[in-house]
Each structure stands twice: as structure tokens, then as C-alpha cells.
Design a protein. Structure first.
Length: 180
């Protein structure tokens, strides 16, 4: 048998295997779904901690100093930002990697849903991390008299690293988009 015919026979055999293999690979995206369900559970935990903070501090609010109230509000904002971050990852990750969420006609559908790609998600993630880090840094500055100066230095270094990482990611995305 000539070599061309042998190659054709081998290619036909591989094509028969290719389609089922591609279906398995494409279907494997559903292995990510439990991750997003787990993130929904973590969102519930964040909500529990938020409610716990509210219940804990409300009775103390009238006798608290202004700085304590500000720290409490910053803690609530911190939890809220973390919840927003988890929600963005759930929506964007599921839509980018698993399946489209079919709620296009729902009146409460967020405008950004379905438009945040992986690059946009990265930038939103780092922006949220920078904001959360900034809140922790602000809380530390509010209690500057009681904080260890070495810990404060590390908080500043970490926050600066997060900011620099965010700027570098944005620059990389900008350069990548311009090169296309």
C-alpha cells in the first residue's frame, strides 16, 4: 500500500477519535461549576459576618467614639467589597468559562454582565484587592497609636505591591490590546 493511502487510513482513524475527545474536553468546563457553587457559599459566609458585625456593634454605637464608628463602617465596607468581588468572579467566571447565564430579559440583570472578559475580570479583581488593602491600611492609620510600626511598614509595602501590580496588569493589557 502506498504511503499516501496509509496516511489517509491513519488520519480517518484519528478523526473518528477526535470528535468524542473534543466533546469530552468541551464538556470538562462543567467541572468548574462546583467552584462557583462554593463561591456562592463563601458569599453567604461574608453575609453572615456582615450581619454579625451589625448586630454586634449597633448596641455599642451610641457609646462609641467617632473613630470606633468609622472603623466599624470601614469593616462593613470591606466585607461589602469582598462580597462584590466574589459576585463578579462568580458571574464572569461562569459566563467566560462554563456557560452563558440566560437571563437577558430580566429587569435586574447588571449592565456589565456578559461584557466582562478575562482581562477585564483581572483588572476588576486587582482594583478590588487594592481597595480592600487600602481600607485595611486606613483602619491601621486610624489606630496608629496602638499598631506595631513594623506591621504598619509591611501593610504599606503590601499595599504598594498591590497598586504596582494593578498598574502593571493595566499596562500589559493596554500593550496587548494595542498590538492586536
Amino acid at each position: 500500500m502506498p504511503i499516501d493511502k496509509q496516511i489517509d487510513v491513519v488520519e480517518r482513524k484519528f478523526r473518528k477519535l477526535e470528535s468524542p475527545l473534543e466533546r469530552v474536553i468541551f464538556g470538562s468546563r462543567w467541572l468548574m461549576a462546583p467552584f462557583y457553587l462554593g463561591l456562592i457559599g463563601s458569599l453567604a459566609v461574608l453575609m453572615f459576618k456582615f450581619l454579625q458585625e451589625l448586630i454586634h456593634f449597633f448596641p455599642l454605637a451610641s457609646s462609641s467614639q467617632e473613630s470606633e464608628v468609622i472603623l466599624w463602617v470601614l469593616s462593613l465596607i470591606d466585607l461589602s467589597l469582598a462580597g462584590n468581588l466574589v459576585l463578579m468572579v462568580i458571574f464572569s467566571g461562569y459566563e467566560n468559562f462554563v456557560s452563558k447565564i440566560d437571563i437577558a430579559s430580566h429587569e435586574d440583570r447588571p449592565d456589565w454582565m456578559g461584557t466582562v472578559d478575562f482581562s477585564g475580570l483581572k483588572l476588576k479583581l486587582i482594583a478590588s484587592i487594592v481597595a480592600i488593602s487600602g481600607i485595611h491600611l486606613l483602619k491601621s492609620f486610624m489606630a496608629i497609636d496602638s499598631i506595631n510600626k513594623e506591621n504598619l511598614m509591611w501593610l504599606l509595602i503590601l499595599h504598594g505591591t498591590f497598586v504596582a501590580s494593578g498598574v502593571l496588569l493595566a499596562v500589559m493589557d493596554y500593550v496587548t490590546e494595542k498590538s492586536h
